[in-house]
Design a protein around this ligand. Structure first.
Ligand code: NAD
Length: 308
C-alpha cells in the first residue's frame, strides 16, 4: 500500500514516515521544507520538494497513493495572529488543493492532522470530541475550517477521512525555536546551562503526548475510524512543574526554573479524552511522560555530543 505524506519532513511528519516504513508501507513525501528538514527523512522515501499550494497532479499521477496523511501546515499560533492571510492560505486553501488531488486520483482515504486548538477555552474536562468548537486563534480557526472542507469533500465525493486532533505533542526533532512546545524549549535551555522560564505558578496543566504515539495513531487511522474525528491524547493532565521534575530526573541534576508573570489569555487546565480513539482505532498511548522525556532528552544529548 502506498501512502503520501504532506509535511513528512517536519517534526511529527517524519515520525509518521518512520512508523509507516516500519509497517511495510511504500512512502512518498511532499514538503517545501519551510520548517521541515530533508535530513529528518529516513532512507527509502521518495521525496518531492514541492509546495502543497502548487499543482499536485504530476506527483499524484506518478505516486498513485492509496492513502494521504496531510500534515503540512502553518503551525504557529502567533504567526496566525500576525499573518492571518498566510495562515488561511497554508491551512485552508492548501488543504482544499490536497483534497482536490485526492478526489481526482481516487485516494482511498485522507488522514488530517488537526489540533485541540479547535476547542478553545475548555468548558469541562477532559475535553471530548463533542465539546464546543470555539477557537481563540486564527490557527485553531483555520484548522477547524480545513476539517469542515474535508467533511464536505467526503459528502460530495465519497472521500473517506479520519481527523485527528492532537494534544501537546513533544519528542525528538521538535524545533526549540519559534512556537515550539515547552518541552523542546526547556531542554534547549537546560542543555545551554540556562534556567527555563515558567509563566505563572507552573501549576497550569496540559496533555503532553509523545510523538511516537501520535505517529502510531496516524497509522492506526489508515485502516480504522472512517469518517470520524478523534482526539489523540494521553487523557492525563501534567503541570509545567511536573515536567521540570521529570526533566531533573532524566538529566540527573537539579533544575531551578525562573518564574515570571502569567501570560494573558493562557488556558489554565486542559486535557483531552481519548475514550473513543482507543475503542475505534485500537490505539492507545504506550509511552509514559517519563519514558517519552527520557528518550527525547537522550536524543538531544546525543546530538550535542555529535556537534562537539
Ligand atoms: P512542522 O512545522 O515540524 O511540520 C510541518 C511540515 O509541513 C514542515 O516539514 C514544513 O516544511 C511543511 N510545510 C509547511 N507548509 C507547507 C507547504 N505549503 N507545502 C509543503 N510543505 C509544507 O510542525 P509539526 O509540529 O510537525 O506539525 C505537523 C502537523 O501537526 C501540523 O498540521 C500541525 O498543525 C499539527 N499539530 C501539531 C501539534 C504539535 O504539538 N506540534 C499539535 C496539534 C497539531
Amino acid at each position: 500500500m502506498k501512502v503520501l505524506v504532506t509535511g513528512g519532513a517536519g517534526f511529527i511528519g517524519s515520525h509518521v514516515v518512520e512508523e509507516l516504513l516500519l509497517k511495510g508501507y511504500q512512502v512518498s513525501v511532499v514538503d517545501n521544507l519551510i520548517t521541515g528538514k530533508k535530513e529528518n527523512l529516513p532512507n527509502g522515501v521518495t521525496f518531492y520538494k514541492v509546495d502543497i499550494r502548487d499543482n499536485l497532479n504530476q506527483i499524484f499521477e506518478k505516486e498513485n497513493p492509496d492513502y494521504v496523511i496531510h500534515m503540512a501546515a502553518q503551525v504557529s499560533v502567533s504567526h496566525s495572529i500576525s499573518k492571518p492571510v498566510y495562515d488561511g492560505e497554508q491551512n485552508i486553501l492548501a488543504t482544499i488543493n490536497v483534497l482536490k488531488a485526492c478526489v481526482q486520483y481516487k485516494v482511498k482515504k485522507i488522514i488530517f492532522a488537526s489540533t485541540a486548538a479547535v476547542y478553545g477555552e475548555p468548558h469541562y474536562l477532559p475535553i471530548d470530541e463533542k465539546h464546543e468548537w470555539k477557537p481563540i486563534s486564527f490557527y485553531g480557526l483555520s484548522k477547524l475550517n480545513a476539517e469542515s472542507y474535508i467533511k464536505m469533500f467526503s459528502e460530495l465525493y465519497a472521500l473517506n477521512y479520519t481527523i485527528l486532533r492532537y494534544a501537546n505533542v513533544y519528542g525528538m526533532r521538535q524545533d526549540a525555536h519559534g512556537e515550539a512546545g515547552v518541552v523542546a524549549i526547556f531542554i534547549e535551555k537546560i542543555m545551554k546551562g540556562d534556567r527555563p522560564t515558567i509563566f505563572g505558578d507552573g501549576l497550569q496543566t496540559r496533555d503532553f503526548i509523545f510523538v511516537k504515539d501520535v505517529a502510531k495513531a496516524n497509522v492506526a487511522a489508515l485502516e480504522n475510524g472512517d469518517d470520524m474525528v478523534f482526539n489523540v491524547s494521553t487523557e492525563k493532565k501534567t503541570s509545567v512543574v511536573e515536567i521540570i521534575d521529570e526533566m531533573a530526573k532524566a538529566f540527573n541534576k537539579e533544575i531551578f526554573p525562573q518564574f515570571t508573570e502569567e501570560r494573558e489569555g493562557d488556558i489554565r487546565d486542559s486535557y483531552l479524552s481519548n475514550k473513543i480513539t482507543t475503542s475505534e482505532l485500537g490505539w492507545e498511548p504506550m509511552y509514559t511522560l517519563s519514558e517519552g522525556l527520557h528518550d527525547t532528552i537522550s536524543y538531544y544529548k546525543n546530538i550535542a555530543v555529535e556537534i562537539i
